[in-house]
Design a protein around this ligand. Structure first.
Ligand code: 5RP
Length: 225
């Protein structure tokens, strides 16, 4: 089955997990898209939820499909978040941020009682690191952060727009895509990055995912830690 169908199957299965009254974190990307659309269909059928989007793009989509939105100030505790991932390892550690929304995605995941990851089968890996790790930096610190990332073993590459200018996140920051190759110790790398001034956030999500729903062929598999 094509990746698109696996993404849709996983996204739709995750949308079935929301319950009346839930505050729902709404992820970003092409897999989370299907979950948001399916949640919108359930809202039209009577489901009562309120959403917290992880990006401006998802906020637009949620409004378009009829999901009422709120903020973390009003609802700092989220019942369930549904979000995609670029890679998922056997411990459900993740690389995220391919779509540039890693900072808000991590805040929302952290605030959630349950984080449901939705993915197609190509995202499931034995070891994280083939996908370049996105690292969000303030532009002032970029040179310093690049040197630190090189010392940690990767070659950072500034994410750019098609016109060659720096890509900016919803928070006005830049992203360095960092090819580490196989990451032997994800928690240790996460700590080293978090301890580097100028890094606003990185795309290693350690211990945040509760469950992963994987579209595989015509089935949806559930992975737990
Ligand atoms: C956005 C993300 C996405 O969830 C991740 O890139 C996966 O995207 P897709 O579902 O389109 O493959 O982290 O910042």
């Amino acid at each position: 089955m094509a990746n698109g169908q696996e993404k849709e199957a996983a996204g739709r299965a995750a949308a079935e997990l929301a319950r009346d009254g839930d505050v729902v974190g709404l992820g970003t990307g092409s897999t989370a898209y299907f979950a948001v659309v399916a949640l919108g269909e359930r809202v039209k059928a009577g489901l009562k939820i309120i959403g917290i989007p992880t990006s401006l793009q998802t906020a637009d989509l949620a409004r378009a499909v009829g999901i009422r939105l709120t903020t973390l100030d009003e609802h700092p505790e989220i019942d369930i978040t549904i979000d995609g991932a670029d890679e998922v390892d056997p411990k459900l550690n993740l690389i995220k941020g391919g779509g540039g929304a890693l900072l808000r995605e991590k805040v929302v995941a952290f605030a959630s009682r349950k984080m449901v990851v939705v993915a197609d089968s190509a995202k499931i890996v034995a070891v994280l690191g083939k996908f370049p790790l996105p690292v969000e930096v303030i532009s002032f610190a970029r040179g310093v952060v690049e040197r630190k990332i090189v010392s940690l073993g990767a070659s950072p590459k500034l994410r750019t727009k098609p016109d060659g200018s720096a890509y900016l996140t919803d928070n006005g920051n830049q992203i360095l895509d960092c090819s580490f190759g196989e990451i032997a110790d994800p928690p240790a790398l996460a700590l080293a990055l978090s301890n580097t001034p100028g890094i606003v956030e990185h795309g290693l999500f350690i211990g945040l995912a509760s469950v992963t729903l994987v579209g595989r062929g015509d089935r949806v598999e559930e992975l737990r830690r």
